[in-house]
Design a protein around this ligand. Structure first.
Ligand code: TPP
Ligand code: MG
Length: 317
């Protein structure tokens, strides 16, 4: 109940971690609202993400755009909430990198639903024409909220849409972390040296709800979810490691206990941080506030003061 809203990624861990681990520190990530495992894999501190999710002072994005995350330090572009539009923004970023000769690569995340947006097609078209160092990583998790992918496109695969734009495309088992890491690493390095874009379709499944305010039972069967649970990437990774004697039940128990303890302590800490002042919403409109912004700020303060006075007189019963 502490988070306002959140888009869980259970089932997509292998796609997110495998792809993020294919990057070098200089590379850029263009995420959607769901890529929290990507941020962790990149090394963003848990505390920073928690401050973001509970919207407390210290939130790197200062309360703007609930649940979305961006960071200059970790080279994560702040996405827009509107689905799909970051595909073309990422092309601009990658083109800039090419013009500067910077040797960086842009890894752009998108969902199956985003491929129906014009921005996806415009972005891929420009990426092909300009020859930019960008890898488009589409997590086909079978749903865009309640809409199954079969109703999203009549194309047999999402990946092959790259062909229309002269972009090489690949499909990978998105629940196999080793396969995802391998494919993405090869393409990221080729993209870096050859300035060529690629499109990857990672076949995966969202095991949880779309967000914490969604009820997936109304649009898909328990049976379907059960079938995908058997392909849970965590289960598969565990089996793979145990078979090779690299992981054990004891180690796992100890590890989970340790992580839970640390996480609970961090959550308690961030919940103790002061809330963000509403005025902050106007702070970053321009690098230096204009007269209009200052006037709005004054007006907001007046309204807030009035609100606080009336709250005091009519306490919420
Ligand atoms: C332009 C636009 N239309 C609709 C929405 C509402 N919306 C939010 S997430 C989402 C589904 C996106 O599905 P997909 O691209 O497959 O990503 P996933 O949520 O599965 O990770 C929709 C329709 C939105 N945010 N922006
Ligand atoms: Mg989807």
């Amino acid at each position: 109940g502490a988070f306002s809203r959140y888009a869980p990624f259970e089932g997509q861990e292998a796609s997110m971690v495998g792809s993020a681990k294919a990057l070098r520190d200089v590379d850029w990530i263009v995420p959607t609202y769901r890529e929290y495992a990507v941020f962790l894999a990149r090394g963003v501190p848990v505390r920073e993400l928690l401050l973001r999710l509970v919207v407390r002072r210290g939130d790197p994005v200062k309360g703007h755009e609930l649940t979305l995350y961006g960071s200059r330090r970790y080279r994560v572009l702040m996405p827009a909430g509107a689905v799909g539009i970051m595909t073309s923004v990422a092309v601009g970023l990658a083109w800039g990198i090419k013009l500067r000769g910077a040797g960086e690569v842009v890894l752009t995340y998108l969902g199956d639903g985003a491929t129906s947006k014009g921005d996806f097609h415009e972005g891929l078209n420009m990426a092909g024409v300009l020859g930019v160092p960008a890898v488009f990583f589409c997590q086909n998790n079978r749903y865009a909220i309640s809409l199954p992918v079969e109703r999203q496109t009549a194309s047999p695969t999402i990946a092959e849409k790259g062909a229309a734009y002269g972009i090489d495309w690949y499909r990978v088992d998105g629940n196999d972390v080793v396969a995802v890491k391998h494919v993405t690493s090869v393409l990221v390095e080729r993209s870096r040296s050859e300035h060529t874009p690629f499109l990857v379709e990672a076949l995966t499944y969202r095991l949880g709800p779309h967000t914490t305010v969604d009820n997936p039972r109304v649009y898909r069967s328990e049976d379907e979810v059960k079938r995908w649970r058997e392909l849970d990437p965590l289960r598969r990774t565990r089996a793979y490691l145990m078979e090779r004697g690299l992981w054990s039940e004891d180690e796992e128990r100890a590890y989970i206990a340790q992580v839970e303890e640390r996480l609970n302590a961090e959550i308690e800490q961030v919940l103790g941080e002061p809330e963000i002042e509403p005025e902050v919403i106007l702070e970053d409109v321009y690098s230096r506030p204009t007269r209009e912004v200052l006037r709005s700020m004054e007006e907001l303060r007046r309204q807030l003061a009035r609100l606080r006075v009336s709250e005091r007189h009519q306490p919420f019963a």
